[in-house]
Design a protein around this ligand. Structure first.
Ligand SMILES: Nc1ncnc2c1ncn2[C@@H]1O[C@H](COP(=O)(O)OP(=O)(O)O)[C@@H](O)[C@H]1O
Ligand SMILES: [Mg+2]
Length: 319
């Protein structure tokens, strides 16, 4: 059965279209990711699906209902983890989770959910004493406690340390085995690649790609040749290649439809000079490569993330 249907969805804020002609469907039991840079329209889309914002035009069905007119019965079937939620800071973790559980007819155990998100040792702590990552985990607990059929996660792991992130991923994978449909937004490529059955890449309110992570990466025919420069060699010393090498941290990467020719030229030149090309490799493009190409390179408007891509970019501008 189809859990979510979106047809030609459009949302305008004044003159600006934050969501522009978006169409997709999500099957029951699927983990579906909306991936895109800040300002792409992910939160707007998700909040329209939750019934928290009104669309300008288009057709939306969530669990067979229009979220705009769905009442209590609709809200009881969905779970929501907002990008930024505000609570009464004086509640303890346990009190707040219990309060939320009371809103749902079907629900999980309070302590069980607190354990699942890894907050057992903070059970009785006041919310105002939690760190940013702990708050996000509490958000997750609140989304889960009503045993939703459909769970919305808006940037669920932003601000998590790597181990908290892994735990959150395990949690989402656990939901998949329970048959819960999950709609997730993220600007982390690895998160989408790891968790999602299908990924919709959204840029400036428009869908630019949709498919499984493998399909999106395979859709690119090009290969990426990567290497470091031998000592005393500048990139301008290299022979002419079918493609332009671009700095990525210490490595140089060249995207080409003719990797065989590029390797032949490069290795032939290196052998002739008696040089070894450090860290030479050829790979198929990853989802990250596809994403960066679609959003227009590593200089996206994503100020929040110190990603390898933006780090590489600053190295490049330093040369
Ligand atoms: N309530 C609002 N009023 C006016 N503009 C908004 C509002 N909410 C979001 N926007 C604008 O809509 C665009 C999409 O925002 P958003 O959906 O939050 O993107 P994302 O979640 O992908 O970062 C942005 O340009 C943002 O500034
Ligand atoms: Mg957002």
């Amino acid at each position: 059965m189809t859990a979510v249907e979106v047809e030609q969805l459009r949302k305008e804020y004044g003159q600006v279209a934050a969501v522009d002609d978006l169409s997709f469907t999500i099957e029951e039991g699927e983990v579906f990711a909306l991936l895109g840079p800040n300002g792409a329209g992910k939160t707007t889309t998700v909040e329209i699906l939750e019934g928290h914002r009104r669309r300008t035009t288009g057709r939306v069905r969530v669990l067979g209902q229009d979220p705009q007119t769905g009442g209590r019965e609709f809200r009881e079937r969905i779970g929501i983890v907002l990008q930024e939620a505000g609570f009464d800071e004086d509640f303890s973790v346990r009190e707040l989770v219990r309060l939320h559980r009371g809103l749902y007819p079907r629900s999980l155990g309070v302590d069980e959910v607190i354990d699942q998100v890894g907050l057992s040792d903070k059970r009785d702590a006041r919310i105002k004493t939690l760190s940013g990552g702990q708050r996000r985990r509490l958000d997750l607990a609140l989304g889960l406690v009503g045993a939703p059929e459909l769970l919305f996660l808006d940037e669920p792991t932003t601000g998590f340390d790597p181990s908290a992130r892994r735990r959150a991923w395990d949690l989402v994978e656990g939901l998949r085995t329970l048959g819960t449909t999950v709609v997730l937004t993220t600007h982390y490529m690895d998160e989408a690649e790891h968790l999602a059955d299908r990924v919709a890449i959204v840029v400036a309110g428009r869908l630019v790609a949709l498919g499984t992570p493998a399909e999106l990466a395979a859709g690119q025919q090009d290969a990426v040749v990567s290497f470091r420069l031998p000592a005393q060699v500048a990139v301008s010393d290299l022979p002419a290649l079918d493609g332009v090498p671009v700095a990525d941290g210490l490595a140089w990467e060249l995207t080409t439809a003719r990797p065989t020719a590029v390797l032949h030229t490069l290795t032939g030149w290196a052998l002739e000079k008696g040089l070894e090309m450090p860290a030479l490799s050829v790979r198929r493009p990853s989802l990250e490569d596809v994403y960066l190409r679609l959003v227009g390179g590593p200089t996206g408007d994503d100020e929040s993330a110190a990603t390898p891509a933006s780090a590489g970019d600053s190295v490049r501008s330093g040369r």
